[in-house]
Design a binder for this molecule. Sequence first.
Ligand code: SF4
Ligand code: SF4
Length: 311
Amino acid sequence: MATRACGIDCSVCRLNLLGECSTCGSGKSIEGAKKRAAQERLLGSPCPVLACAMDRDIAYCPRDCDEFPCGHFREGPYPFSHAYLNMQERRRQAPPPSLSPLGQQVTVPETYWQDLANSDLTDICKRAQATRHSSGTVILPFFNTSLLIDADKQEGYLELDGQWRLMDHPLSVLMAVVYLLNVCDQCIAGPMVGVQELKCAHFFQGPHKLKTESVLSRYGNDSKGLVLAAERLGGEPLGLADVSYKFQVFPKVPVYYLLWEGNEEFSANLAVLFDRSIESHLAADSIWGIVNLVSDLLVLGQGITPLLARG
Ligand code: SF4
Ligand code: SF4
């Protein structure tokens, strides 16, 4: 693999093509170990980024390490400028994107808020396994915490450390409002089904393909990293595949992620499964949105907190 632990891609470098410079490789690679040994022999000390990544079993700092961009990048002369590192820091602190399959910013339509405000919230709460909080507000279990959906203020709040904190993630709020408006009496049915077994399977193609590649790319060779991310998100281990977790996104919407780690012989594989009843509560585009949300939170690996408004 010609990408260095720091993220520089040596396969597109002319010095590498000419054979004048070999790649450092990832922090988990044989090339990395060889380069580190050569640096210690020839220079007296290794590249601090490569050494740190190897010691922490991190393949690629920008993708795999929660501390990127750390002091090793800020203090050393290579490989990125301070402006670039500042940009990385700023954008990593922002909530994950809330985009439609066509890349447009998602919002909760005004009509959805009005429909919710004009509904019998007591009746909705019974079906949704939620709690009526006060006039116009509902408390809805969400992963390992709760959402407070305020139909009058048209806002969503997340419970963190016993406090309601404003959310800055329209996709999550939209999914919650859609769930409240559409959830029916049917309870969780039992059998887990793949996307191909859903009646709306034909929807999940092209731009509507479920967002799983990012999770596979991040954790395909790092099952320990997936365990950590899943636990932070309140996932419940299932004991299937190499790593598997159930995420209770909403009370009647569990989503299951199963990972088979890659090795020299086989590529890593990821399956996302649903309860058979999911289509009773959510349309195909909402199922797409739920998987998008879970996958982004797993890649970020910080639990639910990335959904909060900053400042
Ligand atoms: S100079 Fe060497 S280490 Fe740097 S990108 Fe080129 S091949 Fe890779
Ligand atoms: S602490 Fe820094 S150098 Fe070490 S693995 Fe993380 S990002 Fe890379």
